[in-house]
Design a protein around this ligand. Structure first.
Ligand SMILES: Nc1ncnc2c1ncn2[C@@H]1O[C@H](COP(=O)(O)OP(=O)(O)OP(=O)(O)O)[C@@H](O)[C@H]1O
Length: 337
């Protein structure tokens, strides 16, 4: 539905050219929640902003519903932008306008009749749970409420695509959860395609269907969130998701290990017990389970185990290979000397 074909975006900076996005090709499907992650300066915002042509590609083409939008101007561009809503980290509400007028703003700009605006704004206020705040001003709202107004405003016209630029980065954990739930509800109820850029992998884990990982303007990998989390292809991606599994141990603990410590990631709730007892039987090693838990990516479980293998080097290696072949992802965390 949104297709990038060899898209590059170059800025003329003070110190010469900045290649913010480089030869990037990617497809975002209709109706999905698509995440774009990467380090600071990776080009995420730039890429997002090409979808409504706030930035224009210096090379390549962008298609929406098979229509080449790359060179749209004037009235055609205005009509395209009507279908694409956007929300921001700092909400970008108009301070002097009430909640009602903030939400009505894009419809007024599009020249919609008064009654239609009235009806639609009230529907949207209901959708985002702010019917009682219609006459409030932004300064009277909490961060989460401001973002709800931002979302309602972004949906005011016949929005097909919602672009979200770090929508929860300025919010606390609880509020983040409620905004993510709202975005999910909007996606499911209204079938709106959502593209979300974030540096929070938890956001991706919670609501995205697919994710693209960017670094230095390049696309490193793209895939189903579950697959990317369970089996990241790129070292950079691996590093990004590592923290979200909250598996950091105090250094102290590593001093106590005598054997090789493995982190094992497996799909589903499938018990690894049979696998581990099989390993103990087959190989002459001592196997200690250090840590184990189940995490959820969307609503699909992924199991994570940390085990220590002690014994003869050859046996330990064979046991590791055996485990590796039968799990989604196995990594040596520590080779004790
Ligand atoms: N208007 C601009 N003029 C010059 N350089 C720019 C401009 N906008 C962005 N850049 C540069 O382009 C690169 C990509 O920036 P971009 O904001 O797209 O990255 P990002 O991944 O969204 O980063 P962050 O997470 O920090 O917002 C950076 O090196 C940035 O400094």
């Amino acid at each position: 539905m949104i297709q990038f074909k060899d898209v590059s975006v170059t800025y003329e900076g003070d110190e010469g050219k900045v290649e913010a996005v480089q030869k990037l090709s990617l497809q975002i499907n209709k109706g999905e929640i698509f995440g774009i992650v990467g380090s600071s300066g990776a080009g995420k915002s730039t890429l997002l902003r090409t979808i409504n042509l706030l930035e224009r590609p210096s090379e390549g083409r962008i298609y929406i519903n098979n229509q080449d939008i790359t060179d749209l101007k004037g009235e055609d561009l205005r009509l395209l932008r009507q279908k694409i809503g956007m929300i921001f980290q700092h909400f970008n509400l108009i301070k002097r306008k009430t909640v009602f007028d903030n939400i009505a703003f894009p419809m007024v700009a599009a020249g919609k009749p008064r009654e239609e605006i009235h009806k639609r704004v009230n529907e949207l206020l209901h959708l985002v749970g702010l019917s009682d705040k219609s006459n409030a001003f932004p300064s009277q709202l909490s961060g989460g409420q401001k973002q709800r107004v931002g979302i309602a405003r972004a949906l005011a016209n016949e929005t097909e695509i919602l672009l979200c630029d770090e929508p929860t980065s300025a919010l606390d954990l609880e509020t983040t959860k409620s905004i993510l739930n709202l975005l999910k509800e909007i996606n499911q109820k209204l079938g709106i395609t959502i593209v979300i850029i974030t540096h929070e992998m938890d956001v991706v884990k919670n609501i995205c269907d697919r994710v693209a990982v960017m670094n230095d303007g390049y696309l490193l990998e793209v895939g189903d969130v579950y697959d990317v989390f369970v089996n990241p292809k790129d070292a950079f991606t691996k590093q990004l998701i590592e923290h979200t599994f909250h598996l950091e141990f105090p250094d102290q603990i590593f001093n106590d290990f005598k054997g090789r410590v493995l982190k094992i990631v497996y799909k589903g709730e499938a018990a690894t017990e049979p696998l581990l007892s099989e390993v103990s039987k087959r190989y002459n090693i001592k196997l200690n389970i250090v840590h184990g838990k189940i995490e959820y990516i969307g609503d699909r479980p992924v199991g994570i185990l940390v085990v220590e293998l002690e014994g003869d080097e050859g046996e330990v290696q064979s046991a590791e290979d055996y485990i590796n072949e039968r799990t989604a992802f196995t990594e040596v965390v520590l080779y004790a000397s």
